[in-house]
Design a protein around this ligand. Structure first.
Ligand code: NDP
Length: 491
């Protein structure tokens, strides 16, 4: 089993107190690796290193910073196969997905940000003819980057890449159940020649290491992606030191199918978006609102397509759905499945788990017919392949039901009538809305929610606002500032 080390001040090392924790393969419960279990002591060391590196990195020419990002992309490419298998071993993403999506997306993020950052601009403001007024974008300083496990490498890189190109130094903490690819990135940070202390990578429990990062007086901003309840905790800790937080939180996303939808496309997207990555996507739809005229046909084809999904060992290239990330996720999903039955839903599809998959965190896809939008299946984020379908009379009814959620990450509308689609989208309280598409997220387009899903943006040019602030500079062109006290105080 290979050794994994954290990165502090340009050195690969163990945790200060020598602690270790196991990373479990969710396919069979075996130990995939052991990694350092850091404590607040390591956070102190990492923040000290990142603070020392602040000035040098901020004052490094942006073209040179971009070169380092491109070098990181190249190193990921060189180690592609190892990263694919590590990603699969630690969180169960099938190799067909980790090789087609996770690792290429991480490469794409670094390369996109390397280019995008170089076009960063500030504002010039015509405030007064005797002045030149501008804003200059400056990095926040030391940033805490706390990432989730559902796409372990790319969710970390989608924070690290903009933070670095904008001149911030970082403490990056990946999720405890899936830190291996991010720890490998620590090795590439050294190889890429990024100055010591600019990137520090720590592993350890969020409740301990994560909170020590958030509350540390030397951390200037935190960017967090994860569960909404953890997000609330981080926001409350940050409020104490009046620290900004970028928060990308959970979702309970809707998929609205109108009578005039292109049915083939709607069914293909429904199965893909709901069950890709075993439903462990912040953007996955888990509430389907389907208009009465197309309801029966959509539902029967949705179920038929779900039956064709291949579930099993994620190392098999034919596998479409692997296990969930860890055993507790399976228990949570089973609780929701039983809850849906208790709440009177009709099970349209959902087989018992076959014997050969009892070994791991597997959950079979489940589709329920739902009669009440207020039940937990329609309210709470499950993060598993478990969805509800609800029959609506009209588009307006669907929009109203979508907005009953406390979440507001994303939604899609399926219709041939784009005008009608746009009118519905106008009504939806979400950060991203698609017409005839769902789950299409690329570096060029902004991603982020509303309400309990958070408010900040990742990706696209808008992400630069999360990793810089505008310093306002006013230059007076006159010899005197010309205040209205002038005459009274001039002898
Ligand atoms: P969690 O919120 O459980 O964990 C996310 C990260 O936060 C982990 O690194 C975790 O560490 C850390 N953490 C946990 N508790 C604290 C704390 N008290 N203080 C500081 N850090 C803490 O999320 P998951 O990893 O389970 O990821 C799934 C969630 O992420 C879902 O809700 C999903 O919707 C959301 N998500 C949202 C996205 C978006 O763009 N809106 C994108 C992807 C996911 P540890 O692992 O050690 O507990």
């Amino acid at each position: 089993m290979s050794e994994y080390k954290i990165l502090i001040d340009g050195r690969l090392t163990g945790a200060a107190r020598g602690g270790m924790m196991d990373v479990i393969n969710p396919h069979d419960g075996s130990v995939a690796a052991s990694v350092p279990r850091c404590t607040a002591e390591d956070v102190d060391l990492a923040v000290a290193a990142a603070s020392r590196a602040k000035k040098i990195w901020k004052n490094t020419y942006i073209g040179e910073r971009a070169d380092k990002l491109n070098r990181l992309a190249a190193l990921i490419r060189e180690n592609f196969d190892e990263l694919v298998s590590l990603e699969t071993a630690q969180y169960g993403g099938p190799v067909g997905k980790t090789s087609r999506f996770d690792i290429p997306a991480a490469i794409g993020e670094f390369e996109f940000m390397a280019g995008l950052g170089r076009s960063m601009t500030g504002l010039t403001i015509s405030a007064n003819p005797n002045a030149r007024v501008m804003t200059v974008r400056e990095p926040h300083g030391v940033m805490g980057l706390i990432s989730p496990w559902n796409f372990p490498l790319v969710t970390a890189v989608s924070k690290l890449a903009p933070a670095l190109i904008m001149g911030n130094t970082c403490i990056l903490k990946p999720a405890s159940c899936a830190p291996l690819t991010v720890l490998r990135l620590g090795e590439y940070i050294i190889k890429a020649g990024i100055p010591d202390g600019v990137v520090n990578i720590l592993t350890g429990p969020g409740s301990d290491v994560g909170e020590a990062i958030v509350t540390h007086p030397g951390v200037d901003k935190v960017s967090f992606t994860g569960d909404s309840s953890v997000g609330k905790r981080i926001l409350s800790l940050a409020a104490d030191k009046v620290m900004p937080v970028a928060a990308e939180l959970g979702g309970k996303n809707a998929f609205i199918v109108l009578d005039d939808a292109f049915l083939d496309g709607a069914v293909e997207a429904a199965v893909y978006a709901a069950f890709f990555n075993s439903g462990q996507n912040c953007g996955s739809p888990s509430r389907f609102y389907v208009q009465a005229g197309i309801y029966d046909e959509f539902v029967s084809r949705f179920v038929a397509a779900a039956k064709r999904l291949r579930i099993g060992n994620p190392t098999d290239p034919e596998t479409m759905l692997g296990p969930l990330a860890y055993m507790k996720c399976r228990e949570t999903a089973e609780r929701y499945i039983n809850g849906a039955k208790r709440d009177g839903c009709t099970l349209l599809y959902g087989q018992a788990l076959p014997d050969e998959l009892q070994c791991g965190a597997y959950v079979m896809p489940h589709i329920f017919e739902v009669y009440d939008n207020r039940i937990e299946l329609m309210r709470e984020e499950i993060f598993a392949p478990v969805v509800g379908v609800y029959k609506v009379k009209s588009a307006d009814e669907a929009a109203a039901l979508v907005n009953e959620s406390s979440y507001g990450l994303c939604a899609s509308v399926w219709t041939r009538d784009y005008r009608r689609g746009m009118l519905i989208i106008n009504e939806l309280d979400v950060g991203t809305a698609w017409i005839n598409q769902h789950l299409e997220i690329v570096p060029e387009t902004p991603w982020g929610g509303r309400k309990a899903s958070g408010w900040t943006k990742e990706n696209s040019i808008l992400v630069l606002d999360e990793y810089t602030y505008h310093k306002h500079i006013w230059m007076c062109l006159d010899e005197s500032p010309n205040t209205f006290w002038r005459e009274q105080i001039t002898p």
